[in-house]
Design a protein around this ligand. Structure first.
Ligand code: FPP
Length: 246
């Protein structure tokens, strides 16, 4: 049976042989979206969870191999305590509720960030998800939780110093090898919703040559067509990595 998103992508001119291998998403605009409806911000995050469920299915069906999403930044602790607690609970609930279907779909669950600072229930849910799906061979789905790009580089440098490297041994490859998920390819495409033209401390090291795509629409409205728009835009880019490409 052909997948709906694949049919749509082909119809809209996506080249399925040159998809981004690693897609990263900054899921922004949940709060503003809720506000336009006169709702609490947490209801926006709840709709954001629904949008994320369908984005994971669509990315997988399209053939994207790695999806990394910014679920909670190291700076998000500055939000009102009620919102922080609600987000922690929502991510934990999602991790538990989705596990069965993710496992059935051969999804491999991963995390990125200072996970040991999260509430114990959330840590347990994330660790359980990683354990259960550890041998899956499908899309690698990484939740960046309590993640900061600068914090990740600080943690890498701490590990490198603790391992006793000499200054002259430190190269870009050594730093890359000490990031949270060194086995993942660098993101090729980063989508941000809700119109802000900011990078917001997401995958700072790995995203150095990532193509950016911003949609004005808020995350709860993100659909298969938005993903296809982003991929179509990606496929018009000439990636030069600092070189000259004729
Ligand atoms: C940014 O929107 C979004 C977040 C800080 C959290 C992202 C969380 C979800 C999408 C919920 C579901 C996540 C999982 C992993 C189940 P914002 O609140 O900053 O929006 P605003 O800029 O409009 O205020």
């Amino acid at each position: 049976m052909s997948k709906k998103i694949v049919d749509l992508a082909i119809k809209r001119g996506v080249d399925l042989d040159s998809l981004p291998k690693h897609l990263a998403i900054i899921m922004d605009g949940n709060g503003r979206w809720a506000k336009t409806k006169g709702w609490q911000r947490l209801l926006g995050h709840r709709e954001g969870y629904r949008a994320l469920r369908s984005a994971l299915l669509n990315a997988d069906d399209l053939g994207i191999k790695y999806l990394t999403v910014y679920a909670f930044s190291a700076e998000n602790w500055k939000r009102p305590a009620e919102e922080v607690a609600g987000l922690m609970k929502l991510i934990e609930t999602a991790a538990r509720e989705e596990l069965k279907s993710m496992h059935k779909n051969n999804v491999r669950v991963n995390v990125s960030g200072r996970i040991d600072e999260l509430p114990q229930g959330l840590q347990d849910a994330l660790n359980h998800g990683m354990e259960v799906t550890a041998n899956n061979t499908g899309i690698v789905f990484t939740l960046a939780v309590n993640y900061g790009g600068r914090a990740e580089i600080v943690d890498a440098v701490r590990d490198i110093v603790a391992a006793g490297f000499e200054p002259e041994d430190i190269t870009e490859e050594i730093i890359s090898a000490h990031l949270y998920n060194p086995q993942h390819p660098e993101p090729d495409l980063m989508i941000r919703t809700a119109g802000e033209m900011r990078w917001s401390n997401f995958l700072l090291w790995q995203g150095a040559y990532c193509e950016l795509y911003v949609t004005e629409d808020p995350w709860p409205e993100f659909s298969g067509n938005h993903m296809i728009d982003a991929v179509l835009s990606f496929q018009t880019r000439t990636r030069k990595f600092g070189a000259v490409v004729e």
